[in-house]
Ligand binder design. Structure first.
Ligand code: PRX
Length: 694
């Protein structure tokens, strides 16, 4: 095994491991669990390294140092040699102000450069001879349902839809909302928008009609693109019904959408059974195919918006994260290439949904910019059985497999036989994203799935960062299970204490970034003030990530989880305030406080303390209806795992809820509840503890 794979070298256990926790912070349970650090070094196999894009730490350092000392030179060399620009950018490659004390926060990359990301994904690759190469392999929910598109076919489909959008009044700068499952039509819709300079806003198909309406009201799209229904596992979800409710809701709030383009997903629901509004709704299959398979490109400025993606923050209202074109293009392509050691012969599969940032940057744009063959999977990874992922890996000879720790943990519980009955010999690189991967899950992924042969790229990044920030480069240096290792080119992570002082060497602190990088988000849509307050005011001079982090004695970074009121449930980012606001919308709920708790499979679970209105008593029926309120307002993925009846909540005399105490009660760490003397009513805590198991 040693020759074939990665050597597992046991380094001494670090005596400081415990002091690396972040006691001052609002660190989440997952960051505090015992299964968080593993100092064993996994040394890259020599053969792998010798063929890797970056074959040693020295080579990385040379490039990294240049990217920091001369960002303009570093990024303009890549941008000029690997992408098509109709016109080169202005003299300045980038300009930035990340310091609120010096005025408005502003970041620009390649300003004045004229390009188009769809052109770079498709036309440029076809001109380079990839026309007949498969761009997308599509695997349906039911085994045996599949199809594929070459780069040329994909371009034709994108152009037809782009032509349809133009004919229906969509112009450069207009928003288009896309609410679809993982059909090929989802990346097609994104690329079609990009081709004509429209701004897409993909809403994850698991969001409820209320969440969808909220997003439609905020960005006022010209068109909504959807699908009548989808089957996930054995369940049929009627997406179009959800859109209908959202469109009625948004019209009542002054935002009327003239056109709803609907793809008929026949295997889930026939068109005859789909609810329809004449005059507004159009069948994709009837309309789009009548348009030409060519569509001229709308050339845009590098700083023109590409997409808006709503994400959760620490208040109830989702934030419209805005990404622009040029820097995002250069950065997502470059990170994809290096962090996965991409080779033209690779077949790449990322299990993320295009409704999240991972699906934007690493299902659609990053891989297609590199001319990769990408697997798009419609279904559930455990359907019809827990071996489905490896069945797909063998079927398409997937070489790079990128997923979330929650899936790794859930498959790990099902037993190794579901993995080992498939060959998986095509696999060469594995990837993880969305939450810290605990060492035991890392090891199972590495040892069982990858047979100790495939390096794991544990990529740390965010919706806001657009692309990987801290990530291993496969083959370049030894890995430590659970550590995202080192910063990508151009990224300057720093750890600060609560006063914003930079901490050096081995330490734990708040993770900030010192300078901008090409795919940094440029603002929050229509809310520059919230952009500055959330990300740039907490530690002036830096971008604050919201994450806690440890740097060990070897300089490896270990992400420990969110330090704000955001939780990561199955890799889905949810604001505790969003769940609280859904709960208090229930007529019988007076107050709610939500915290994250450690969850064996989901990473974090949702634990809700709920105070009922006077005179209402707690019952099983009420519990169910509270959970339903959250499912309806946000989506099923945000449903609380536990409702804890709370006749009172622990509050300070000024009325602030002490979440620290609630977290301890929720995680049953009762001896760590700490000082309760500053509470307005300390008895509340005993009362809550006594109701814990009801
Ligand atoms: O807490 C970090 C966690 O996910 C957050 C970002 O969530 P979102 O914007 O939805 O993007 C998810 C996909 C990039 C981060 O603030 N996170 C993401 N990747 C990792 C991670 N935590 C630890 N390790 C990671 N590899």
């Amino acid at each position: 095994m040693a020759d074939m794979g990665f050597r597992n070298v046991i380094a001494s256990m670090d005596p400081l491991a415990n002091s690396r926790k972040i006691p001052l912070l609002n660190a989440t349970a997952i960051g505090e669990s015992a299964d968080t650090q593993d100092d064993h070094l996994i040394i890259p196999d020599h053969q792998f390294s010798s063929r890797a894009c970056i074959s040693s730490h020295d080579q990385y350092l040379e490039m990294y140092n240049r990217s920091i000392d001369d960002p303009s030179g570093f990024w303009s060399d890549i941008a000029a040699s690997e992408f098509f620009w109709k016109q080169k950018w202005d003299q300045k490659v980038y300009s930035e102000n990340l310091d609120v004390r010096r005025g408005e926060i502003k970041i620009e990359w390649f300003k004045g450069g004229i390009t188009n990301i769809c052109y770079n994904c498709l036309d440029r690759n076809i001109e380079a001879g990839l026309g007949q190469k498969v761009a997308l392999y599509w695997e349906g929910n039911e085994p045996g349902f599949d199809s594929s598109l070459t780069y040329t076919h994909l371009l034709n489909k994108v152009c037809q839809l782009a032509s349809f959008l133009k004919a229906n009044g969509v112009r450069k700068g207009d928003a288009v909302v896309i609410y679809m499952p993982m059909l090929m039509e989802l990346p097609i819709a994104m690329l079609a928008c990009a081709r004509i300079g429209a701004i897409h806003s993909v809403v994850f198909g698991g969001f409820s009609s209320e969440s969808l309406a909220q997003r439609i009201i905020d960005c006022k799209p010209k068109i909504v693109i959807t699908c009548n229904a989808v089957k996930r596992g054995s369940k049929v979800i009627l997406l179009k019904d959800i859109v209908d409710v959202a469109l009625t809701d948004s019209a009542q709030n002054g935002v009327s959408v003239a056109t709803c383009l609907t793809y008929e997903n026949e295997s889930a629901l026939k068109r005859e059974s789909t609810k329809w509004k004449e005059g507004r709704d159009i069948w994709w299959q009837d309309a789009v195919s009548t348009y030409p398979t060519t569509c001229t490109v709308e050339w845009v400025d590098a700083e023109d918006p590409l997409f808006l993606l709503y994400t959760s923050g620490s208040t109830g209202k989702p934030k419209g994260v805005l990404h622009t074109t040029g820097g995002y293009m250069v950065y997502t392509a470059t990170t994809f290439k290096y962090a996965f050691d991409y080779k033209p012969t690779d077949v790449y599969w990322c299990t993320a949904d295009c409704g999240w940032i991972t699906g934007h940057s690493y299902v659609t744009y990053g891989p297609l910019l590199n001319g990769a063959s990408v697997v798009v999977f419609e279904g559930a990874p455990n359907y019809p059985d827990p071996g489905r992922c490896w069945d797909i890996v063998d079927k398409y000879t997937v070489t790079i497999f990128y997923t979330a720790p929650t899936l790794v943990r859930s498959l790990m519980r099902e037993g190794n036989e579901h993995v080992t009955r498939y060959s998986r010999k095509s696999l060469r690189v594995l990837g993880s994203v969305g939450e810290p991967i605990n060492p035991s899950a890392w090891r199972w992924f590495f040892d069982v799935v990858g047979e100790s042969r495939c390096p794991i790229s544990d990529t740390w990044w965010q919706t806001e960062t657009g692309g990987f920030m801290i990530t291993p480069l496969p083959g370049a240096w030894p890995q430590k299970p659970g550590s995202a290792t080192f910063p990508f080119f151009g990224v300057q992570p720093i750890l600060v204490d609560e006063k914003g002082n930079e901490l050096k060497g081995e330490c734990s602190g708040y993770l900030c970034l010192k300078s901008s990088w090409p795919s940094a988000f440029r603002t929050l849509y229509n809310d520059q003030e919230r952009y500055e307050t959330t990300y740039f005011k907490p530690f002036p001079g830096y971008y604050f990530t919201g994450d806690g982090c440890t740097r060990d004695k070897d300089g490896y970074y270990w992400l420990t989880g969110r330090v704000d009121d955001v939780i990561n449930v199955s890799g889905h980012r949810i604001g505790t305030a969003e769940v609280e606001s859904a709960l208090v919308s229930h007529p019988q709920c007076a107050e709610a406080a939500v915290v994250g708790i450690e969850h064996e499979v989901k990473g974090q679970g949702i634990y809700a303390f709920v105070t009922l209105v006077d005179g209402v008593s707690y019952s099983e029926e009420l519990r169910k209806s509270l959970i339903l309120a959250v499912r309806n307002q946000i989506g099923a993925f945000a449903a609380p795992d536990k409702i804890h009846w709370a006749p009172g909540l622990p509050k300070t005399r000024s009325g602030k809820i002490m979440r620290r105490i609630l977290r301890k009660i929720a995680s049953k760490q009762l001896d760590e509840v700490g000082d309760t003397s500053t509470l307005a009513d300390p008895d509340v805590v005993h009362h809550l503890i006594s109701l814990a198991d009801r």
